[in-house]
Ligand binder design. Structure first.
Ligand code: MG
Length: 371
């Protein structure tokens, strides 16, 4: 691997961990973070959490786990091309969705409503809470004791109110500074991954049709190119080849646009990166194409009646669980009972559930004839 750029994050310029630890013997600090994330319980739960399709709806749809792996893979490719820290982007990508509730965004929205009188619920902040406090695996500290840069990458955005409570980690939201380029990459790798895999899953599920997708210019452009170079390609391969080319076009555009942004801004250190504006991004044409994809998915997939039915059900399950546990904490496993901040502990418990565990708990609490 070629040498890192002088403004890349590294073990040498890291702001370190909350609890001082000796440097690892054979790994970089960010490799150690990545390893801690992969060994966490929250990471294994991602396998059974919804991305868009509920886990049991089909074996081949993306889950939070496969989504996170795709984000990491895209982000690493970009980081390497830009001579940035691959270990850090991998750690951030694998951790970025740890705080998601069961049932995807529907679950988060429901839990946020339940928590509205108690400080709200937001999945980025929950991811941070998991790596900072909730994982209990190490003798010397609660949480995973990750490096500042990894934690910073996990908190993509937050309200100013919340930023004030986050101390050093929230400071950049108050001062308008940027996180590392590595964190910026993970953000956009996340978008590239979900826009493309949601198109792929949408087609696989039959909720979207290739005809409908012709209104999305990026899809249309690459679909036509594939058809003219391989006219006999059968349906699924045609789609895969189109999606592959779309991902490649987005990644290449991002690398090239970012390279020229960096050349213009001429940063020398990581501190320069924080003070510069956002340097990782798409060209304006590609940004527009990406927005068009997002709009299309919102209108045609996320609002599809079959998806909305699940969304509705997810809202009910999460809200029912929350209110049952909050009104009678004796129903909770011992370790989640907390007189200090019971609503937050109920939110931790419900947010940590996988889709099927949440459904099972719901049946146990509400179905007559179940125990
Ligand atoms: Mg994500």
């Amino acid at each position: 691997m070629s040498e890192l750029a002088s403004y890349a994050a590294s073990s040498a310029n890291s702001r370190g961990r909350r609890y001082l630890e000796a440097a690892p013997d054979y790994r970089s600090e960010f490799q150690r973070d990545r390893d801690r994330i992969v060994h966490s319980t929250a990471f294994r739960r991602l396998e059974y959490k919804t991305q868009v399709f509920v886990n049991h709806e089909g074996d081949l749809f993306r889950t939070r786990l496969t989504h996170s792996l795709e984000v990491a893979q895209i982000a690493r490719g970009i980081a390497r091309a830009l001579r940035l820290n691959e270990d850090l982007v991998e750690a951030v990508s694998l951790a970025h969705d740890l705080g998601h509730t069961p049932f995807g965004h529907a679950g988060q929205d429901a839990l946020n409503v339940c928590m509205s009188d108690y400080g709200g619920f937001e999945h980025n902040l929950q991811s941070l809470r998991i790596v900072d406090e909730l994982e209990e695996r190490y003798a010397a500290f609660a949480g995973l004791n990750l490096c500042f840069e990894t934690r910073e990458g996990i908190v993509k955005h937050c309200s100013l109110d919340m930023a004030r409570k986050l101390g050093e980690l929230g400071a950049r939201f108050l001062s308008g500074q940027q996180p590392s380029l590595e964190a910026q990459i993970c953000n956009l790798a996340d978008e590239i991954a979900y826009n493309n895999h949601d198109i792929d899953d949408g087609l696989r599920s039959g909720l979207l049709s290739p005809d409908q997708l012709m209104s999305v210019s990026l899809f249309h452009e690459h679909f036509q190119r594939v058809q003219s170079s391989s006219p006999d390609l059968p349906g699924r391969r045609l789609i895969y080849e189109t999606v592959r080319r779309m991902i490649n076009a987005l990644v290449c555009d991002l690398i090239e646009t970012t390279q020229s942004n960096i050349a213009r801004s001429r940063p020398e250190t990581l501190a320069d990166i924080r003070l510069a504006g956002k340097l990782v991004g798409f060209s304006s044409a590609m940004r527009e194409a990406q927005h068009e994809m997002k709009r299309f998915l919102r209108e045609n997939l996320y609002q599809h009646y079959q998806v909305l039915r699940m969304t509705k059900k997810a809202h009910r399950i999460v809200a029912d669980l929350f209110s049952a546990f909050l009104s009678d904490p004796r129903l909770l496993p011992e370790e989640y009972r907390d007189r200090g901040d019971q609503p937050r502990r109920v939110a931790d418990y419900v947010a940590g559930m996988t889709d099927r565990y949440a459904m099972k708990e719901h049946r146990r609490l509400f179905a007559v004839g179940e125990i």
